[in-house]
Structure formats: structure tokens, C-alpha cells
Ligand binder design. Structure first.
Ligand SMILES: *[C@@H]1O[C@H](CO)[C@@H](O)[C@H](O)[C@H]1NC(C)=O
Ligand SMILES: *[C@@H]1O[C@H](CO)[C@@H](O)[C@H](O)[C@H]1NC(C)=O
Ligand SMILES: *[C@@H]1O[C@H](CO)[C@@H](O)[C@H](O)[C@H]1NC(C)=O
Ligand SMILES: *[C@@H]1O[C@H](CO)[C@@H](O)[C@H](O)[C@H]1NC(C)=O
Length: 500
């Protein structure tokens, strides 16, 4: 009798661990993963991490980009339009599928959890129900989604490759999307995709989803595009929950993961400066930003540990119309074409401060390491290692405490073109990301700044961005806009070739 009650109790508790459509929250997990060239080892580690995520009641666990089957020996076919329709669960038909697909399917099933992995997919054309422009073998960078039964329920192929010469971008602009038994529909895309209208902006806007899954191998760039900084900026700008898993290889610059909820920022995030594999779990409110429970927030690394993390510089720095800041108070306007940036700054530059600071405005087209180009519209303040603009977007090779300035006042009014919805794409043509960066290579927390967006006469928006934490040491603070209609244009000069 007592035993029955115990079993009943434990069963109830077990079923209560899964989030339901009625719940206000769900539990997400991401893995910052130090990947290996040893594919079997990755598979083994993934299975352990799936177990750990499930043990912490996660409903979904997300792994980073290209960390499972690197190299050329373990390409995985994902016949989602043919065989998987008939036999959706690789775990129950191991004879039909690649061993890695079977292994992950089995782990999802045994641990009763949604799993998102990113793989190198192989498509041997011709193939049933697949579009084949050429009769050859294609390799894609793809997300694969498993449900709690281990069924493959979605596949998304990366559209915006970052070089990646062995792989082909998605042949059609198909967005990644799947629904869950806890009432949340997720959109998903991959790394560099975040910087583009399709799918980065289109996924939440066209699909009307508020939850985005984001496997990445993001190589950070000063001063606007380090990993956690832009992940959080995206969650705020798009007002979504962003579930971001980063591949970790610090000598190559890969690091940074987190779970973000709209304007509430990071529920949890890390930017490690040492080789790291770490599972991050957070309860995510279904309405982005409506956080009603305590959460861990960012877990900062020791800044000197971050000396080891490779961070690139922004090649478009020299394009900014910029002005060197002086200690004390200053108030001025900088413009770059139609971008108007008004600054009010009171800079505290004590004797230990090694960095110089500049304010800048930029409306132009930048290059992404020669692999793509994109329109930008920026109002920002950034740290420089010297007096000239070419020393900005760099750090000194060794971190010294108190080497960065603080600001008694730092406020930026950015007067910028109002975004318009492209009716065909159902996505905005411009997006503005609020960004900031501290010595921890993490952005400021929401309590440390104020951001108001006002529409002026319908064609102009005013972004009022103000620092509230006057003790914060900063590498950067600004509004970073992406202007998609200029993508693909020749980068506007001058720009710095960092030898990329
Ligand atoms: C990590 O980066 C180092 C340095 O570039 C490289 O030698 C190594 O192969 C990378 N690791 C993986 C798994 O790619
Ligand atoms: C988008 O979703 C929200 C709630 O998630 C809903 O209120 C709204 O009607 C939806 N809009 C469209 C165009 O489907
Ligand atoms: C600038 O900040 C200093 C403290 O660092 C303060 O004494 C001074 O009054 C401020 N100036 C203005 C104009 O606000
Ligand atoms: C934003 O608006 C609030 C309320 O009106 C105000 O207190 C705050 O100072 C404003 N912040 C900025 C940066 O303008």
C-alpha cells in the first residue's frame, strides 16, 4: 500500500518535471562545448550531456555548431522528406540510419527530452523528394531536431555560410521551425545566419515565434560583435527568447553561450577564456522578458583569463566619423550620411586608465572577413589602444585592472531611419541592436543602462541609450544597426585589412 503511494507519488513528480502548455515557463539547456576531432568522443560526450540536461528537468537541450561530426569521415544523411516520414525514430530502426543519428535519437528517447544538434549533412543526388540542382554530392551545415520520442522532427540547412568552402548553402530558403508538447514553437538557424535578414530577422517575424534556438561557432569581434554581446543584443532587439549554444575553441576565437529573454537579458550566460565544456540550464518565461523567478544571470570570467581568447577587430572602424574623447564633460553631434548621433559624455580617466576613447558614427557597408558584406548604421563609443582610429577595436595583449575608463555620464541619442517591413519577406529591412562590452567580454546587465525607442514622424526613430552604472568599465557602448538592403555591396572605404 505504502509502496504503491510512493510509486504513484514518484510518477506524479516525474510527469510534473516536464513543462506543459499551461505552464508560464519551460526549461532550456545549452551546451558550451569544447569539441574534438574524435567524433566517437563527441557522440559519447553528447549522450552524457543529454542525460545531465534531462536530470536538471530541461525540456530541450541545444548543442553548438559543427561540434559533433567535424572532418570528412562521418557525414550524416537526413532523409527528412522521404525515409524519416515513414520511420521517424532512428532509435527504433537503427538498420535504416547513420549510427550517430541513431545514438542521438536513442539519447533523446531514453531521457525524454527535445534535442537540437548541428551536423554536417550529406546529400547524394539524386535522392528521393530532394531538390537536386546538380547530380552530385552536397554537404550542408544543418540543425537536426529530435523530439522526446527520438523522432527527427525538423532539419534546417544554414543559408549564410562563413567561408566553409566544403559546404553548400541551403538550396532553398526554408526556415527552421518546430512545435513542442509544452506549447512553445521554436524557430532556429545557425551562427552567421543571425547577421542576415533571411533567416535571422525573418524567422521570428514571419513565423511569429518568440523562441529562437541558435547553435553557433561564433568568432568574436571588437567592439560590437562579440558572442554573448550580440546574442543578448539580438534577444533585446527582437524581443525573443534566444537559446544559444557556442562551440568552444578559444585559440580559434570560438566561445560564448547563453539563454536570454527579451529585455531581461541573460538568464544565464558565459564567455569563457579557457577551454570549456559546460551545460547551462534556465527556466525561460514563455513571454520574453517577463521574468518572475530568480535566475543566475551572467557568469563572468576573470578578465585576465580572457587574454587567451582570440578576438578579431572590426575592419570598418576607420569608416566611422569619429572624435577622440577628452577627460571630463563633452557634448557633441557626429553624423555619417543620414545617421545622426548625439553624445553627452563625462569621462573619468584616472591615471591607471590605458585606453583612449572615441565616439563614432557610421553609415556604410562593411566586410565580414571578405566572406560577405553588409550594410551598417552605428552610433557608438569605443575603447582604443592609441590616439588613432586604427587602434580601436583592439585590446592590449594583457589585461590590467582599472585600465578601462568609467563614465560619470554616457548617453547616446541615435537618430536613425525607421525600419520597414518587407512585405514579400515579412521581415524588417533594418534592425538596431543595443550593444555594450565590459572587461569580462560580456555586455552590461539591463539594470546598468536605460534604452528608450521613440518614433519621430514615422520615418525616423530615436534610440536613447544611457549608461546608469557609473562604475562600469567599458570597451564599447552603442547602437549597432544592420541595414540589409545594402548587403552584397562593395565595402565602403576606408576599411582596415586585418589580414583575414
Ligand atoms: C582549435 O584551434 C586550434 C588552433 O587553431 C586548432 O589547432 C584545433 O584543431 C582546433 N580544434 C578543433 C577541434 O577544431
Ligand atoms: C503572433 O503571436 C501572438 C501571440 O504569440 C498573437 O497574439 C498574434 O495574433 C500573432 N500574430 C499573427 C500575425 O499571427
Ligand atoms: C563630470 O564628472 C565629475 C566626476 O567625475 C563631476 O565632478 C563633474 O561635475 C561632472 N561634470 C558635469 C558637467 O556633469
Ligand atoms: C526612458 O524613459 C524613462 C521614462 O520616461 C526615463 O526615466 C528615462 O530616463 C529614459 N531613458 C533614456 C535613455 O532616455
Amino acid at each position: 500500500m505504502q509502496l504503491t503511494i510512493l510509486i504513484l507519488l514518484s510518477l506524479t513528480q516525474y510527469s510534473m518535471q516536464k513543462s506543459t502548455p499551461e505552464d508560464s515557463h519551460y526549461v532550456a539547456a545549452v551546451v558550451e562545448y569544447e569539441f574534438s576531432w574524435d567524433v566517437q568522443r563527441n557522440v559519447h560526450n553528447y549522450i552524457e550531456l543529454i542525460k545531465d540536461a534531462s536530470a536538471q528537468n530541461a525540456d530541450v537541450v541545444v548543442f553548438p555548431e559543427l561540434s559533433l561530426n567535424p572532418g570528412e569521415e562521418y557525414y550524416i544523411p537526413i532523409p527528412i522528406k522521404s525515409l524519416l516520414k515513414e520511420h521517424p525514430i532512428p532509435a527504433v530502426r537503427p538498420d535504416l540510419y547513420h549510427e550517430i543519428l541513431v545514438a542521438i535519437s536513442t539519447a533523446a528517447r531514453e531521457n525524454d527530452i527535445y534535442v537540437v544538434v548541428n551536423i554536417q549533412e550529406i546529400l547524394n543526388c539524386p535522392a528521393p523528394e530532394e531538390e537536386c540542382p546538380e547530380m552530385k554530392t552536397y554537404i550542408f551545415n544543418a540543425n537536426v531536431v529530435f523530439d522526446r520520442q527520438g523522432a527527427v522532427i525538423d532539419r534546417y540547412r544554414k543559408m549564410n555560410l562563413f567561408g566553409e568552402y566544403t559546404r553548400t548553402p541551403a538550396l532553398k530558403p526554408e526556415l527552421g521551425v518546430f512545435s513542442t508538447d509544452f506549447g512553445v514553437t521554436f524557430g532556429h538557424f545557425i551562427c552567421f545566419d543571425l547577421k542576415f535578414q533571411v533567416p535571422g530577422i525573418q524567422t521570428p517575424q514571419k513565423l511569429n515565434v518568440t523562441d529562437i534556438i541558435f547553435p553557433a561557432m561564433w568568432v568574436s569581434e571588437l567592439p560590437y560583435l562579440t558572442a554573448v554581446q550580440i546574442q543578448e543584443g539580438y534577444a533585446i532587439a527582437m524581443n525573443v527568447n534566444l537559446i544559444a549554444a557556442g562551440a568552444n575553441n578559444i585559440t580559434e576565437g570560438g566561445a560564448g553561450s547563453g539563454i536570454y529573454s527579451g529585455r531581461a537579458g541573460a538568464l544565464i550566460s558565459i564567455m569563457p577564456g579557457v577551454p570549456t565544456t559546460r551545460l547551462l540550464v534556465a527556466r525561460v518565461p514563455k513571454v520574453p522578458g517577463q521574468v518572475t523567478e530568480p535566475y543566475s544571470g551572467p557568469i563572468p570570467s576573470d578578465p585576465s583569463e580572457l587574454d587567451n581568447l582570440l578576438i578579431n577587430g572590426d575592419p570598418s572602424m576607420a569608416g566611422h566619423n569619429s572624435r577622440l574623447l577628452v577627460p571630463g564633460y563633452q557634448e557633441f553631434v557626429l553624423t555619417s550620411d543620414d545617421a545622426i548621433c548625439s553624445f553627452k559624455i563625462n569621462l573619468t580617466q584616472s591615471d591607471s586608465v590605458l585606453y583612449k576613447y572615441r565616439a563614432g558614427a557610421l553609415n556604410g557597408v562593411r566586410t565580414y572577413a571578405g566572406k560577405a558584406s553588409g550594410g551598417v548604421k552605428i552610433c557608438g563609443v569605443f575603447a582604443c589602444t592609441g590616439d588613432t582610429i586604427d587602434t580601436c577595436s583592439k585590446r592590449f595583449s594583457k589585461y590590467t585592472p582599472n585600465s578601462l575608463a568609467t563614465f560619470d555620464e554616457l548617453s547616446i541619442d541615435a537618430f536613425v531611419t525607421t525600419p520597414k517591413r518587407n512585405p514579400e519577406l515579412q521581415a524588417d529591412n533594418i534592425v538596431y541592436f543595443p550593444v555594450s562590452l565590459q572587461p569580462t567580454i560580456l555586455p552590461l546587465q539591463p539594470k546598468d543602462y536605460s534604452l528608450n525607442i521613440t518614433s519621430l514622424v514615422g520615418v525616423l526613430d530615436l534610440y536613447s541609450y544611457k549608461l546608469l552604472n557609473h562604475n562600469a568599465e567599458l570597451y564599447s557602448f552603442g547602437i549597432f544597426g544592420r541595414v540589409f538592403e545594402r548587403d552584397g555591396e562593395t565595402p565602403t572605404h576606408p576599411w582596415v585589412d586585418f589580414g583575414l
